[in-house]
Design a protein around this ligand. Structure first.
Ligand SMILES: NC(=O)c1ccc[n+]([C@@H]2O[C@H](COP(=O)([O-])OP(=O)(O)OC[C@H]3O[C@@H](n4cnc5c(N)ncnc54)[C@H](OP(=O)(O)O)[C@@H]3O)[C@@H](O)[C@H]2O)c1
Length: 302
């Protein structure tokens, strides 16, 4: 039975995933949030493929463990840049460190993501989930864009989510001052905004040999949401966790998007793991995308 288009993502998540034997020896791959879950599995897979990992992490003890593990077991280099991506000044500092130390960047994986059940604001005065999931990745990408172009062929991967289907984006109320905050919609808003800027960036990057794509990394067992209250955490651990898969599948999918030769010219697409998929209609509204682009620039201070 063929599912209606808007439910096709359910069937896609059961499809056989694509893989690649292509290697990334010595390629500089920058991943944000590599101390856990999707990001951690991605850098492990990148190390297996020979990549030189640069990881951006807020917890230096966890980052040191990832570095030791990869350097010991895979013999590839890992550099750590400390940063809290809920703070835009730390995103800017990260970009400065990257531009100063890496004459080429082959792959940028914007992976950091959070889910809050309640509304909080960052020091920059932006709702935390929107700031961390969207504005930080937007700002980092923009600050690294010229370096990525100089390094072409290069690839940008935005770790997005099926959560974009929850919607929640209201440009008149990005900080949820007029609405009651709902965690899934706050998360959805950040992911819709990110997708809308992916289409804009893909168009701007045409002819540059730099691609940008978004990926849903599967429904996987990670630490996301574990910053929330006890009831949420118990629900997540004992009810939801049993339904989730091992984030190894996310690492494999992100590696495929970073390395597969058949994707060298594919840009401006949304992948459910490695399967090309149509996002929700509200995330394809290009007129809204232009507005999101402008407001993202303003919030990011660009
Ligand atoms: N898990 C899923 O089923 C799923 C589904 C769809 C999409 N995703 C997306 O996958 C991405 C990764 O999430 P995950 O599930 O792997 O969650 P996770 O296990 O919580 O990993 C998130 C990573 O981001 C880091 N991070 C969070 N906030 C940060 C900040 N302010 N500054 C610096 N680093 C920060 C975390 O660092 P710490 O280790 O210090 O906490 C961790 O390394 C997110 O974009 C998420 O939206 C996940």
């Amino acid at each position: 039975m063929k599912l209606p288009e808007e439910l096709q993502f359910i069937a896609n998540s059961r499809m056989t995933q694509k893989t690649t034997e292509s290697r990334l020896d010595g390629r500089v791959c920058v991943t944000t949030g590599a101390t856990s879950g999707v990001g951690y599995q991605s850098v492990i897979r990148l190390a297996q493929g020979g990549a030189h990992n640069v990881i951006i992490c807020r917890n230096l003890d966890k980052a040191a463990m990832v570095k030791t593990e990869i350097e010991t077991f895979y013999g590839t280099r890992v550099d750590v840049i400390p940063a809290d991506f809920s703070r835009l000044n730390e995103v800017r500092k990260t970009a400065d460190v990257l531009l100063e130390n890496y004459p080429r960047i082959d792959v940028l994986i914007n992976n950091i993501g959070v889910h809050y059940t309640h509304r909080t604001l960052t020091d920059d005065g932006i709702e935390t989930v929107f700031a961390t999931n969207h504005i930080a990745s937007f700002l980092l990408t923009r600050l690294l864009l010229e370096r990525l172009k100089e390094s072409a062929p290069a690839r940008i991967i935005q770790v997005n989510s099926q959560g974009h289907r929850f919607g929640g984006l209201d440009l008149n109320d990005l900080n949820w001052e007029k609405r009651r905050y709902k965690g899934l919609q706050g998360y959805g808003a950040s992911k819709v905004a990110q997708l809308l800027t992916v289409w804009e960036l893909a168009e701007q990057l045409e002819g540059s040999n730099v691609t940008i794509n978004a990926v849903h990394p599967g429904e996987v067992k990670t630490n996301i949401g574990m910053n929330n209250g006890l009831i949420y955490r118990l629900y997540q651990r004992f009810i939801i966790a049993g339904l989730l898969k091992d984030p190894i599948i996310s690492g494999n999918a992100i590696y495929y998007l970073a390395a597969a030769p058949e994707l060298a010219e594919v840009s401006g697409k949304f992948f459910n793991l490695t399967i090309l998929e149509k996002p929700a209609v509200h995330a394809l509204d290009r007129a809204l995308g232009e507005k999101v682009w402008k407001v993202s620039e303003q919030l990011a201070g660009l």
